[in-house]
Design a protein around this ligand. Structure first.
Ligand code: FES
Length: 334
């Protein structure tokens, strides 16, 4: 098939910085994006930099953005993406510094993984021979253990993207989906004795409550790890463990109270209730954002106002409350 690969290139030694280059190829239709990139590097342009190893969706090294979303290049077939004569865009992963062309610096990724202490921390003397746990206690961890650390979820995480845009470049604080999924692997491991300590740390700012549930990490994960689901599960576990005096929990409660009462988020009290009404240290830096919001949205939001059909919303709350009472295992699920 005839296909055009439009590649985002970057060479730190060139002065023109980032530029796009299109290569036209005639390749077998079952070729993957990685096959095509390797053909370019071997036969057309030896200066193209990319990273790969297993070519079998196992090692996680060939993650890149294909047509705008993170994918494993070795698992993505050209004929699934386009038809004869079509164009496919290929970029390096997002949210990570680019070293050259499609190669990103994974150091920030590994720093975050290290931050969650991804090793078993059991108290007491080690067992004489081995830890023994029932199958049912571990089987639910198999999906999360499938993670190959490819970084696709980090590449497309919208929280990191916002931090990158408005914060310091590549100094994002959000622990991010891959490391949080890894944290869950140990939080939920029956052999680990630090569950409460781990959950306490993960409930701090930059942890589980910073996720905005955009589902992007679930969509792009090539191994079905579903990091967002693990993040939400850790929130539940933290609340069950009594770790509730946290901005994230207050934030959720403030939203619940406001929506229950009026069907809307009452913006004037929402943030102060989340960080603490007298938390001047947090409130002062947020003032410029609040003022910008007033300038943009007007003063309408300063007065509480009810949504139309607020009774309908209240009925949903009643229904969910009743269901949670009858079946506490569904608590937290809308
Ligand atoms: S080369 Fe190993 S996952 Fe693609």
């Amino acid at each position: 098939m005839q296909v055009n690969l439009k590649i985002r290139r970057y060479n730190p030694e060139r002065e023109d910085g980032v530029y796009w280059q299109t290569y036209s190829l005639d390749v077998p239709s079952q070729f993957t994006v990685l096959d095509a990139l390797m053909k370019i590097r071997e036969e057309i342009d030896g200066s193209l930099a990319l990273r790969c190893s297993c070519r079998s969706a196992i090692c996680g090294s060939c993650s890149m953005r294909v047509d705008g979303h993170a994918k494993l290049a070795c698992k993505t077939k050209l004929n699934v993406l386009t038809e004869e004569g079509g164009e496919i865009s290929v970029e390096p992963m997002g949210n990570l510094p680019v070293i050259k062309d499609l190669v990103t610096d994974m150091q920030p990724f590994w720093d975050k993984v290290r931050q969650v202490e991804p090793w078993l921390q059991a108290e007491g003397p080690a067992p004489e021979r081995e830890y023994r746990v029932p199958n049912e206690a571990m089987v639910h961890l198999t999906d999360v253990m499938n993670c190959i650390m490819c970084g696709a979820c980090v590449s497309d995480c919208t929280v990191l993207e916002a931090e990158l845009k408005y914060g310091k470049p590549y100094d994002q604080t959000f622990i991010a989906p891959a490391a949080l999924a890894k944290a869950y692997r140990f939080v939920a491991d029956p052999r680990d004795d630090q569950q409460r300590e781990r959950l306490k740390k993960l409930s701090e700012p930059s942890g589980v409550y910073d996720c905005t549930h955009c589902f992007e990490c679930v969509e792009v994960c090539p191994k079905g790890v579903a990091p967002m689901d693990r993040i939400l599960k850790m929130r539940e576990l933290a609340v069950e463990a009594g770790i509730t005096d946290k901005a994230g929990v207050r934030h959720a409660k403030a939203a619940e109270q406001s929506i229950k009462a009026s069907g809307r988020n009452y913006e004037l009290t929402f943030y102060p209730k989340s960080v603490g009404l007298f938390n001047v240290k947090e409130l002062l830096p947020a003032m410029p954002t609040g003022l910008a919001f007033v300038r943009k949205a007007g003063t309408r939001f300063l007065l509480p106002h009810k949504a139309e059909n607020v009774q309908k919303i209240q009925r949903v709350f009643k229904k969910v409350g009743k269901r949670n009472k009858e079946n506490p295992n569904t608590e937290g699920q809308a």
